[in-house]
Write a protein that binds this ligand. Sequence first.
Ligand code: DGL
Length: 277
Amino acid sequence: MRPAHHLPPVILVFDSGLGGLTVLEQVRRARPDAAYLYAADDAAFPYGRLSEPQLVARVLTVMERLIALHSPDLVVIACNTASTVVLPALRQRFVTPFVGVVPPIKPAAALTRSGLVSLLATPGTVARAYTRDLVKSYAATCTVSLVGSVNLARYAEAEMAGAKVADSDILAEIAPCFDEREDGRRTDVVCLSCTHYPLLLSRFERLAPWPVTWIDPAPAIARRVVQLMGEPADAPDAPEGLAVFTGGTGLNSALARALAGRGLAETVVEAMPLTAD
Ligand code: DGL
């Protein structure tokens, strides 16, 4: 047995579904020595349709169980829809440090040349006071279009589980991001403000009416994790990751292969049905 001080830190990456895998990838790159637990609250997917009080209650309930079972050293809430509303409640309830993912408005405002920025997110994230405050504080000199997509997170999940989503369906979701003005200015930056969307990035790039810069906040999240936990230890024998699903109805062999390809060799279901209250 290894002495306790050589045990790798445990990092829990949490999302409503598979989107947080895009964040896991970046965090793992930054801290390859850690032990990873990926939790998908798929029993409550999509979070974009839950009211704010429902969502806060749900994430607290699920987190209570995950923290009790797995004692993570740090939790990444790899979900904009949740982070924009539940972080204060989580930090109040648990001593474990939490890192959230929120829309990358600040870098978008710094990058745009045309002053036309779009924020592509779930209907929940675009409706948040938190998101609107970010826009006011960091992008007051830009025109920011808030584009709420009802279907994209579900499309990303479907593709991950081996189904094919038509180009026309994806284009219909991203088209409202592209704004062209009479003075010739066009949207030049789109914030990927749902962690599911980078899973479809190559499709977005191919289908976009004109090239734009797509901002994925995941590398910044990984840097924040390193700030809090320190640089990686020289420990080449980091254990295989574990994926936990609260529902598990979408688990199939294509998805199991995709998870294994992302270092999550084992999958378990911790059944936590979403109750109506
Ligand atoms: N991946 C989540 C996010 O970053 C949202 C998907 C959902 O609606 O559950 O916002």
